[in-house]
Design a protein around this ligand. Structure first.
Ligand SMILES: O=C(CO)[C@@H](O)[C@H](O)COP(=O)(O)O
Ligand SMILES: [Fe+2]
Length: 233
């Protein structure tokens, strides 16, 4: 485990938000204490689903969102969309290494555009993709479900993989976030944090907790996450 205490960040996945009121949903989840906005981009090619693209990211920035936007690219190919999301105001861009023909080049494109860069690992994708690019990585994102849909169950083998990723990150001596995505709930977030994660994507767990009457409608679930995480420090 890490020597220093980690700062934990909650990243609601807007995949589970009400798309008809997306700006308001993002405002509300941030007002309720979320740290960053997780933005799932699916192309109906790399994954069997189709979601939102750079125009929506740009619209959120124009709407006034200043929090980091964490763009999770589930697309193939990746490089054209990297440029589009840099222009659209992304803060962090992650992609799946097997979806890029030139991983080092794609990471460099992200960094040259002033964004933080990361690789995403599906449950069966080996961490060895990190071997020669650790110096170009700001985030490692481990999928704890197969990508494409919200609302799936956390795959328990992710816990061992998180421990391995945490060791690699600590050994690198670099400031690299370890994010986990899929099936994160109030009742498993502490165990996931103990395995080494510091950034927690949660879609259905957050947005199903909606209380329509209240602008701070997601306070409860985000407070519950933080209470669980407090026991890990
Ligand atoms: O990238 C993905 C799915 O491919 C995720 O970001 C999901 O949106 C997470 O949703 P929950 O599992 O938390 O409902
Ligand atoms: Fe995601």
């Amino acid at each position: 485990m890490t020597a220093a205490p980690r700062d934990f960040q909650i990243a609601p996945s807007i995949l589970s938000a009400d798309f008809a009121r997306l700006g308001e949903e993002v405002d509300n989840v941030l007002a309720s204490g979320a740290d960053i906005v997780h933005f799932d981009v699916m192309d109906n090619h790399y994954v069997p689903n189709l979601t939102i693209g750079p125009m929506v990211c740009e619209a959120l920035r124009k709407h006034g969102v200043t929090a980091p936007i964490d763009v999770h690219l589930m697309v193939r190919p990746v490089d054209q969309l990297i440029g589009d999301f840099i222009d659209a105001g992304a803060s962090i861009i992650t992609f799946h290494p097997e979806a890029s023909d030139h991983i080092d080049r794609s990471l460099q494109l992200i960094r040259d555009g002033g964004c933080r860069a990361g690789l995403v690992f599906n449950p069966a994708t080996p961490l060895s993709y990190l071997d020669y690019v650790m110096d170009k990585i700001d985030m490692v994102l481990l999928m704890s479900v197969n990508p494409g849909f919200g609302g799936q169950s956390f795959i328990p083998a992710t816990l061992d993989k998180l421990r391995e990723a945490r060791q690699r990150i600590d050994a690198s001596g670099r400031d690299i976030r370890l994010e986990v995505d899929g099936g994160v709930k109030v009742d498993n977030i502490a165990e996931i944090a103990r395995a080494g994660a510091d950034t927690f994507v949660a879609g259905s767990a957050v947005f199903k907790a909606r209380n329509e009457a209240d602008p701070h409608r997601y306070d409860g679930v985000i407070r519950d996450f933080r209470e669980q995480l407090a026991s890990v420090r």
